[in-house]
Design a protein around this ligand. Structure first.
Ligand code: HEC
Ligand code: HEC
Length: 516
């Protein structure tokens, strides 16, 4: 080998060692994908995070993102879709990335645009505190008309009144942006949802009919094709299709002056439909997608998987991982044996998710659909969709992430030591409909969720289940970012349903979730 080539090879080896060492430490600044970067997104690639690496697979092959509208700043504020749907964050946005962006740009990155990247547009934008919900919990402001509007623009008469009890962002009581302004608007704060694996999120073959399974309401249709849609997009299912979603996203997040053209929309949706994301490497367990390994793991498994399959049974499974990691032989080598132990923990965590029963109680749109209240079931009762753990159709439910009395997590922000940082609303349901079966006529909530669209009392605080993939890359969790880590998410369930998991069960469950 010529000397220069040998030097190159050893430099490459040194680099490989360096990246192995830093594999556990995500390099949030270097992994950021800025609008208009014009880089090529390879057909398969991966990005580091604290649990290992997240794999991104583009079934359309490598793409030159130059001129691909998902990656270009097509609006007026310098943002692109990729600003909040980052490949390194499993096509969502982690709070680590948000903070790294703030530090690297001195708060000037278009991510922090006042429209929704601030607690409210009227606040002094140069101050960190004005963006605390984004910086501390990864939340964007979602602003919706009140009372709700149907898709044809007509007013939906709500079954309840909405009062602002606590307004830490100042937005809901603001004379221009608030509920009592000339254009009455309600602001809630939500996490971006992953733009990947969307064939599952939009598949509408199972449990989709002219009336919703959960609430017997007429089901909406795709305005372009007239076909029924499954209503699993956005925390409140307000968007029927990826196309309508992209129009709204362009007009709000990107502040485009008018809707994108049909061609631009087609290219955005085309990109969204070919991108898959899942954890591909785990610091403890090693390669998650190796040949002969657990079938459900890694992005290629998602690309190949079947949609609209109910997985909470042992013929399909929600996350089929098989038996390969159930008992992994030890050979006395410390590295090998540690990996074997990590793999067995993941397999046990799967079983906690899938088989460990607990009493599911007072959860709207689950304990009200003929299954009984309480019911002794598992995580997979709600998270039933094969490969993603979403609900198969119209998946909004209330587990208490935003409604009191369960949503009482401590404030996270150092700027909100005394006053909790989330808005609080008082919902008072009219006398005419039956009261909410579990919460009565007066409900306190941080985010009325689906009820902001339907105006129905029974929908207050119901949130559409997200997909479970790429979790390791996109903390914090739940639509309101209330679980900072997967352990906090598991602790929430333990409290909410009085599960009484052992510490070992919790650890196994966390290890399992972080490989998805
Ligand atoms: C400023 C941040 C931001 C930008 C920019 C942004 N989004 Fe999002 N995106 C969000 C948030 C927040 C949600 C969840 C909103 C909710 O649940 O109400 C979301 C949700 C989505 C979803 C729903 C996924 C699901 O499973 O429900 C899709 C699809 C999506 N965005 C596509 C886009 C597209 C296309 C663009 C560019 C036109 C875009 N986003 C730009 C923040 C952003
Ligand atoms: C009664 C139905 C129900 C049960 C049972 C249930 N979940 Fe959920 N899950 C939900 C709902 C609803 C959401 C969305 C809540 C939100 O975002 O506020 C959710 C969201 C999630 C998410 C996605 C978080 C994110 O931000 O992407 C994970 C992970 C999760 N649940 C794990 C579990 C685990 C583990 C169990 C078992 C201990 C479980 N769930 C049991 C209804 C349920």
């Amino acid at each position: 080998m010529p000397r220069s080539a040998a030097r190159l090879a050893s430099a490459a080896a040194a680099l490989a060692v360096a990246s192995a060492v830093f594999a556990e430490r995500p390099n949030a600044v270097a992994q950021w994908w800025a609008p208009g970067d014009g880089r090529t997104l390879p057909a398969t690639t991966s990005f580091t995070n604290e649990h290992g690496r997240t794999g991104i697979l583009n079934t359309g092959g490598a793409i030159d993102t130059h001129g691909q509208p998902f990656f270009e700043p097509i609006g007026t504020n310098g943002r692109a879709c990729v600003t909040c749907h980052q490949p390194a964050d499993a096509m969502s946005l982690s709070v680590d990335s948000v903070r790294a962006r703030w530090d690297a740009s001195g708060g000037k990155d278009p991510l922090f645009a006042s429209i929704d990247g601030a607690n409210c547009p009227h606040l002094p934008q140069a101050e960190r505190a004005s963006h605390s919900l984004l910086l501390d919990r990864g939340l964007l402001r979602v602003f919706l008309p009140w009372p709700p509007r149907a898709r044809d623009g007509s007013v939906v008469a709500p079954e309840f009144t909405l009062e602002v009890v606590r307004d830490p962002t100042g937005c809901n009581t603001h004379p221009v942006y608030g509920l009592k302004s000339a254009t009455p608007t309600v602001s809630v704060y939500r996490r971006p949802r992953p733009v990947a694996n969307l064939k599952y999120v939009t598949a509408a073959e199972f449990g989709v009919g002219p009336f919703n399974l959960k609430d017997s309401q007429p089901a909406p249709r795709d305005p372009a094709t007239g076909k029924l849609v499954n209503q699993n997009l956005m925390a409140d299912a307000r968007e029927p299709t990826l196309t309508t979603q992209a129009i709204s996203a362009a007009l709000t997040h990107l502040e485009m002056r008018k809707a994108p053209t049909a061609n631009v929309l087609e290219r955005i949706v085309g990109f969204e439909s070919q991108i898959y994301a899942a954890q591909s490497f785990d610091t403890g367990a090693g390669d998650l997608a190796e040949p002969g390994g657990p079938q459900a793991l890694g992005p290629a498994a998602l690309a190949a998987g079947r949609t609209s399959v109910l997985g909470n049974n042992t013929t399909a499974y929600v996350f089929p991982i098989g038996d390969v990691w159930r008992t992994v032989p030890r050979n006395g080598d410390a590295v090998h044996d540690a990996q074997a132990a990590a793999r067995e923990s993941i397999a046990r965590g799967h079983d906690v998710f899938f088989f460990r029963t607990f009493w599911i109680k007072d959860a709207m749109h689950i304990n009200t659909v003929g299954l009984g209240n309480p019911i002794k079931r598992t995580c997979s009762t709600c998270h039933g969709m094969h490969m993603t753990g979403m609900d198969t159709a119209n998946g909004w439910m209330d587990i208490g992430t935003t409604n009191l009395p369960w949503a009482t997590e401590k404030p996270l922000s150092p700027w909100a030591k005394e006053a909790p940082e989330m808005p609080l609303f008082k919902v008072t349901c009219d006398k005419a409909p039956a009261p909410h079966p579990f919460l009565g006529r007066v409900i306190y909530t941080q985010d009325p969720g689906r009820a902001l669209i339907t105006g129905r009392c029974n929908d207050v605080g119901t949130i559409v289940l997200q997909q479970f993939r790429g979790l390791a890359a996109r903390a914090p969790y739940f639509s309101n970012g209330s679980a900072r880590t997967l352990r906090e998410l598991v602790d929430f369930y333990d409290r909410r349903f009085n599960i009484q998991y052992s510490d070992a069960e919790k650890q196994d469950l966390v290890n399992f979730l972080s490989t998805l």
